[in-house]
Design a protein around this ligand. Structure first.
Ligand SMILES: [Zn+2]
Length: 226
């Protein structure tokens, strides 16, 4: 693991290098080495988020891109941008070149459209049950980014409670967490944060969020069992 100058603070380069190393080793972030913050200003991630958000704002639809770890050339490769509709999008995981074996799916990025007239404030600021499902069921993926308006959230899988490599995701577990958080029956601002916390605890995920005015520093959100 590369820890950077300070183990609690990573620039995007450090995240990038770690994603490639982890993809090569087919593992997730060691829980004890998760940084407190990740700085993305002037990074390729910032640029692609800005591009996707602008497409989303202009159309009202979701946009997504897959990020592959090229373990041979030691770099991240951004795929093709895909457009979805106003509530879902599918990532294009087409691998470039002929030798496909050196690429691993490392990070997914997608947007939620921002609707200033939506009466439900912050309605796009979440990972949906479907977002969690697609992230968790793809065992290669290490991180997932969701961008909405000027806010960015990043989820990372850790080795704290690794997802068994020989099983597919137990969808019924996600469903029961949805029920436990009372999604659809209690207000959004109560149910969604609870659901997020339950899924992170269940599957050993860490969450980072960058909000205005500092949209370039993803800060770790502590999920404490209550
Ligand atoms: Zn989503």
């Amino acid at each position: 693991m590369v820890t950077g100058e300070e183990c609690t603070y990573w620039k995007f380069d450090t995240l990038e290098q770690n994603l490639i190393d982890l993809a090569r080793k087919r593992s997730y972030l060691p829980r004890t080495l998760c940084p407190e913050s990740i700085f993305i200003d002037r990074s390729s991630l910032r640029q692609i988020i800005d591009r996707l958000i602008s497409l989303s704002q202009n159309t009202g639809n979701e946009y997504a891109i897959g990020v592959l770890a090229d373990t041979l050339n030691n770099c991240l490769v951004f795929g093709n941008i895909k457009a979805g509709d106003h509530k879902s999008v599918k990532i294009d995981w087409t691998k470039p070149g002929i030798d496909n074996t050196k690429f691993r799916r490392a990070m997914s990025i997608h947007t939620h459209p921002y609707n200033p007239h939506d009466p439900l404030i912050l309605s796009g600021l979440h990972f949906s049950p479907a977002d969690f499902e697609s992230f968790l069921s793809d065992l290669q993926l290490i991180c997932s980014v969701m961008a909405w308006s000027e806010t960015t959230m990043l989820l990372a899988k850790t080795n704290a409670r690794p997802i068994p490599p020989d099983h597919s995701l137990d969808r019924s577990r996600i469903l029961s967490l949805e029920e436990e958080a009372q999604i659809g029956t209690v207000p959004y601002l109560t149910s969604f944060p609870k659901f997020h916390k339950l899924v992170c605890l269940e599957f050993g995920l860490v969450t980072y969020i960058a909000t205005p005015p500092d949209i370039n520093t993803l800060r770790r959100v502590r999920v404490v069992e209550s």
